[in-house]
Design a binder for this molecule. Structure first.
Ligand code: 6GU
Length: 228
């Protein structure tokens, strides 16, 4: 199983770095994930490379036009069938681990990054199957949000993490925050590693970690325990 993610953007430069390092680089090198960015200007309507226009009714900011977006989407659809066409927007469904888990099982995703004031509403109605926000704050464009989504999904694709089970112990997978971790030395400036981690009893370590997870969640994110 491998996944393809195509991304339509007016600022492809913003998406060059994030997928070329570490875990996602390995995923791509292993052929488990293919990420391709597409510059919307390739589908511009005129020689001025126009892809946006003033909003009807007035107001500040520009809106990405229907035609370039529709042509881009339809050209990419010639090549493959997309399981989801995702529009990155602050008024979308708030992204979380559960959504990431579900998306990591899909085959082909198309992500549209808005910029300026967003995209023409008719594109959302006609093509978009899912709208995602990464949180309650406004970014200047969807690209950084798309990078967050691709990173989160990419590491969940089966075979990407070297120890396949390790994603199971991430924060949020069971609505709990992850426990604290330590590495050598056993004593740093007088601060010691909890004794139980040094004793090597796997069952006790597991119990300790679970207790720590619960306590952390209680104090930092009680909303998670209430299932909110
Ligand atoms: Cl997906 N886009 C923009 N522009 N701002 C955001 C966002 C997306 N998610 C949170 N803020």
């Amino acid at each position: 199983m491998s996944m393809t993610i195509d991304i339509i953007t007016v600022v492809p430069e913003l998406l060059e770095g994030p997928f070329s390092h570490s875990i996602l680089k390995r995923a791509r090198n292993k052929g488990l994930l293919s990420v391709k960015t597409h510059n919307l200007r390739k589908w511009a309507i005129n020689k001025h490379a126009q892809v946006d226009d003033y909003p009807y009714g007035g107001g500040a900011g520009m809106v990405l036009m229907c035609e370039p977006l529709a042509n881009a989407i339809e050209e990419l659809q010639q090549e493959k069938k997309f399981d989801e066409i995702i529009y990155m927007t602050p008024d979308g469904h708030r992204f979380d681990q559960q959504t990431a888990n579900q998306l990591s099982l899909k085959g082909n995703l198309l992500i549209i990054c808005g910029h300026y004031k967003g995209i023409d509403e008719r594109i959302r109605q006609r093509f978009v199957t899912m709208e995602i926000s990464i949180g309650d704050y406004v970014l200047s464009g969807g690209e950084l949000a798309a990078a967050v989504v691709v990173d989160t999904i990419g590491r969940l694709i089966p075979g990407v993490l070297s120890d396949e089970t390790s994603a199971l112990f991430d924060s949020f997978q069971d609505n709990l925050l992850a426990p604290p971790v330590y590495t050598r030395p056993a004593s740093f400036r007088g601060d010691s590693v909890p004794e139980i981690l040094l004793q090597g009893d796997p069952k006790k370590v597991e119990e300790w970690r679970y207790e720590q997870s619960l306590e952390r969640t209680r104090t930092r994110r009680p909303d998670l325990l209430r299932g909110e």
